[in-house]
Design a protein around this ligand. Structure first.
Ligand code: SAH
Length: 373
């Protein structure tokens, strides 16, 4: 299927030869004029996919309470940067801020910074929260930082390497002028970043690598280590580095071929939490998790919060709330595939201390009693 971007890619490959998977994904998602994450709103029933904050307000509220708890633990800095990477429609941030407002002094301390590449989404976010926008996390002013990223890291371009008898080869994309196909080429220098545990995979195995995710995680870990704070990364992914392909394309809620309508289909890859965790620890930060999204939300009291909302809901609304909770937490839905991982300063509180403080919070935090699930 021809798209403005596929024309550009055919011309590019024609001129320069096959391009890396990384280049293909970068162009498909971030080309200034035709990239998927540049101009369109990909979310919701009319878009291509739906995310946790769009499924239920409870998701953003619980994340807000987790962040509020971290703020208290940091010694209540004022101001505190509240940063979101890839905020979509701004729904998570709006729900989180509403829940955080129950903690005295916190609402006034918040200085909100959004990292977003998409013009249409920046507009949507601006209708929901008062913030400053940036193209990259590195541009967010320094200071104590609370950060959240939901389904951001999966959208960053990956490399794919294949183990051959003579070392790593790199997967490339070639073109015959009409369609695209895979081919192998020499491995770029990035292959040196492949984690040690994957250096010994069997011949023919494919491994994925996301240098952008590694460098952003490194920046976040360093920022939090030197200025205090906490970061929460939620995404679909795996907690042990493993070989295998996870690159996928989604269009209108259906899985499609990776070469289908580039620029008009979402391209993502599973997040390697193991690798991100290593990088954050190397930067001197402490990492908690990853834990499954189901466990994370249950520990934060999703059942209690849902029961509270149901009390004031109509029968239909209560039904929707229960369905949303199931979707977010059930093992066969988002409960296990999605993971949550926290980054904290090297001398931050322990995992045990975390578990003690998180359980009962949502009961007190009745920021909004009107369900809008
Ligand atoms: N967090 C939101 C949206 C997830 S979709 C939610 O959960 O609903 C991915 C988001 O990341 C979108 O807002 C997209 O525009 C943004 N994004 C993707 N790649 C980006 C990049 N390289 N830089 C900045 N934002 C990016």
């Amino acid at each position: 299927m021809t798209t403005p971007l596929s024309k550009h890619l055919h011309a590019l490959i024609n001129a320069t030869g096959p391009i890396s998977v990384h280049r293909y994904m970068s162009e498909a998602l971030m080309h200034p004029d035709h990239g998927y994450y540049r101009k369109r709103d990909p979310l919701g029933a009319k878009g291509d996919f739906i995310t946790a904050p769009e499924i239920s307000q409870i998701f953003g509220e619980l994340l807000g309470l987790w962040l509020a708890d971290r703020w208290e633990a940091m010694g209540r800095p004022d101001p505190v940067r509240l940063v979101e990477l890839g905020p979509g429609r701004g729904t998570l941030m709006a729900d989180a801020v509403r829940a955080m407002a129950v903690v005295p002094g916190l609402a006034q301390a918040l200085d909100i910074h959004l990292v977003e590449s998409n013009e249409a989404l920046r507009k949507a976010q601006g209708k929901k929260v008062k913030a400053q926008w940036h193209d990259r996390f590195a541009d967010v002013p320094e200071g104590p930082t609370l950060l959240v990223a939901n389904e951001f890291f999966d959208a960053l371009p990956i490399y794919q390497f294949v183990r051959t008898a003579s070392g790593w080869a790199e997967r490339h994309v070639t073109s015959d002028g009409k369609g695209f196909d895979w081919c192998l080429g020499p491995a770029s220098a990035q292959a040196a970043l492949i984690p040690e545990t994957l250096q010994t995979v069997e011949e023919g195995a494919l491994v994925e690598l996301c240098p952008a995710a590694l460098s952003i995680t490194d920046e976040i870990a360093k920022r939090i280590n030197s200025h205090g704070g906490a970061a929460l990364i939620i995404d679909y992914g795996y907690d042990q580095s493993a070989a295998g392909e996870t690159l996928q394309a989604i269009r209108r809620h259906q899985r499609v071929d990776v070469f289908h309508k580039p620029g008009e289909s979402d391209l993502t890859a599973h997040v390697n939490f193991d690798h991100l965790s290593q990088v954050a620890q190397q930067a001197g930060a402490q990492v908690e998790g990853p834990v499954t999204q189901g466990d994370f939300l249950r520990d934060l009291g999703i059942e209690i919060r849902a029961a509270l909302l149901c009390r004031r809901a109509t029968e239909k609304q209560a039904c929707d709330i229960k369905a949303a909770v199931r979707r977010l937490t059930a093992p066969d839905m988002m409960g296990i595939l999605f993971k949550a991982m926290a980054i904290q300063p090297g001398d931050g509180p322990t995992v045990e201390a975390e578990a003690e403080t998180s359980g009962a919070e949502p009961v007190q935090a009745d920021a909004s009693e009107s369900p809008d699930v």
